[in-house]
Design a protein around this ligand. Sequence first.
Ligand SMILES: NC(=O)c1ccc[n+]([C@@H]2O[C@H](COP(=O)([O-])OP(=O)(O)OC[C@H]3O[C@@H](n4cnc5c(N)ncnc54)[C@H](OP(=O)(O)O)[C@@H]3O)[C@@H](O)[C@H]2O)c1
Length: 260
Amino acid sequence: MTENSASEPKKNYALITGASSGIGQAFAKVLASKKKPLILIGRDEQKLKALSEELRSREGIDVRFLPIDLARSKELPLLPGKLQNMGITIDVLVNNAGFGKFGREEEVRYEDALNMVNLNCRALLALTKLFLPEMVRRHKGAIINVASTAGFAPWPDMATYAATKAFVISYSESLAEELKSTGVKIVCTCPGPVATAFQERAGMKVDLNEYKNYADPQTIVEETLGALKSNKTLVITGRSTGKTKWALRFLPRSLVSKII
Ligand SMILES: NC(=O)c1ccc[n+]([C@@H]2O[C@H](COP(=O)([O-])OP(=O)(O)OC[C@H]3O[C@@H](n4cnc5c(N)ncnc54)[C@H](OP(=O)(O)O)[C@@H]3O)[C@@H](O)[C@H]2O)c1
């Protein structure tokens, strides 16, 4: 990454975490098609590099990538300063990176459980805290937090994952109230099942016929950006029917947990 001179005007970029695959990659493609310059974060350097090159040449925009393990990195606080030195301001933050692990709690590896909290909650909170103050100061910006329908109710065999997504929903809804009249918007998107690498990485057994009916990542992105535009804070995205949406939000949690 090259540094801009101090006199060069700062450019507004979208920063997307988990951009190397699935929903994050779809966010990158959709935002790039709207000519938004991008900073892509993930661990897989090769995939990030290939996607950056593809978007740069197809859309003619600036795309940069940073290979970072967000579950472990201790250097996140240095990121805003590093970007500022390059003349980059973040006005769209997409907190998308996340993973789950399927299994009874005593069987899920200690390290996996802690990394889930580190990535799904701690990194999302850290990036929000690092970029939000500048957005509020400029009265301009948007934060997109990717939660899940799993965040609305307990999910046996995905206990830690469901709890991390409940955190994302609660945190986003609180911030939405705080951010009213600041010029900064926040939307929390809660997809149902989406056809990505998520299920395999989680160690879930998925029926191929069921998988075919999962939403595609681009639909999630378009519905989320639509919700952001119409100032919605919380949106259930994907193939969930009206009845499912209603049940997830309003049925007793114990009942929803049994249905899941
Ligand atoms: N798919 C679903 O059914 C579904 C449903 C509801 C919500 N979600 C949520 O959607 C989000 C995106 O998941 P997805 O479905 O697109 O799954 P995915 O295809 O597995 O993508 C996950 C992304 O997160 C990145 N990531 C994982 N660990 C990371 C780490 N330690 N540091 C930095 N980046 C990391 C991965 O990149 P690297 O491998 O390069 O690190 C990848 O780009 C997650 O928050 C997930 O919980 C998914």
